[in-house]
Design a protein around this ligand. Structure first.
Ligand SMILES: [Zn+2]
Length: 280
């Protein structure tokens, strides 16, 4: 669907929402949509704190989807050698994004990222979200794995799991700024069939203990459909907060079907969610 058609069709639903003062309130706006999202009654404001912009899908497009759906977006950009890697680039991202009614976050991809940036600039971000998906020495060949890639090379599964688990703990305990652990427990397609076996209870507990000690929130990732019910329930019991994130960069942003399904199963309510402090 091209942008014009998308905005046109989204405009139909948006008009209906705008007509009702109750539904115009983001706290209730999700209650009356036609999809699976409309059938739940979770009493919290829907936020998708993990979306990106691209040259084809700009901040104006994000705002348009937010207006039509009532979902509050948080736009993040990667701090990485291949994206933003100095103050100037981050400042440009902030200048381009802060004027809009969205939260603005940083998503570093490699440990040591904060040494590249001035602390005052980092503090301006509404939050920092990091995931463990760039995995140094991820296999016995010493490769740096980008585990979202379909060709992610795993020789010995247990070697990979130990490295991935250790790196997840490193991301959490690393002293650099962090508010949200993204893509938790995601596994590459080649080993994902063994998810419940590979994520042992002990590994889950240790991740939760580390997150609790650090005081960070756990992203429920709609694209990865992770983490699972057991982990969320354990994390909730430990008092951890959650966010919803889609990691999308097109018109699908804000679709949160998995997040809503699993949140309902786990009995999450408004107080279980991390909300950035800035008033929009
Ligand atoms: Zn992302």
């Amino acid at each position: 669907m091209n942008r014009r058609n998308f905005l046109k069709s989204a405009g139909i639903a948006g008009g209906a929402i705008a007509a009702s003062p109750l539904l115009a309130n983001p706290l209730f706006s999700h209650a009356n949509r036609g999809s699976a999202r409309g059938q739940h009654d979770l009493p919290y404001r829907l936020m998708d704190l993990h979306v990106h912009t691209t040259d084809e899908f700009t901040i104006e497009d994000v705002v348009a989807v937010g207006e039509k759906t009532g979902i509050q977006f948080g736009v993040v950009n990667n701090v990485a050698p291949w994206k933003m890697w100095d103050d100037e680039a981050v400042k440009k991202f902030f200048d381009e994004t802060f004027p809009y009614p969205v939260y603005v976050g940083l998503q570093p991809m490699v440990l040591g990222w904060s040494k590249r940036l001035s602390p005052e600039l980092i503090r301006k971000a509404d939050y920092v979200l990091m995931d463990p998906q760039v995995l140094p020495n991820g296999n016995e060949y010493g490769d740096e794995l980008k585990i979202w890639e379909i060709a992610t090379y795993i020789g010995d599964v247990e070697f990979f799991m130990q490295r991935y688990f250790d790196h997840t703990i490193d991301v959490i305990t690393n002293p650099e700024p962090l508010d949200i652990l993204g893509w938790p427990l995601y596994l590459p397609g080649s080993v994902a069939r063994d998810y419940y076996k590979l994520w042992t209870k002990e590994r889950l507990s240790r991740i939760i203990e580390a997150a609790e000690a650090r005081g960070i929130a756990i992203e429920i990732n709609n694209t990865a459909r992770t983490p699972h019910e057991e982990f969320i329930t354990m994390a909730k019991r430990a008092g951890l907060k959650f966010t919803f994130g889609s990691d999308t960069r097109n018109y699908t942003m804000g679709r949160l079907d998995y997040c809503l399904q699993v949140a309902k199963k786990c009995g999450l309510t408004q107080s279980d969610f991390f909300v950035p402090k800035r008033v929009l």
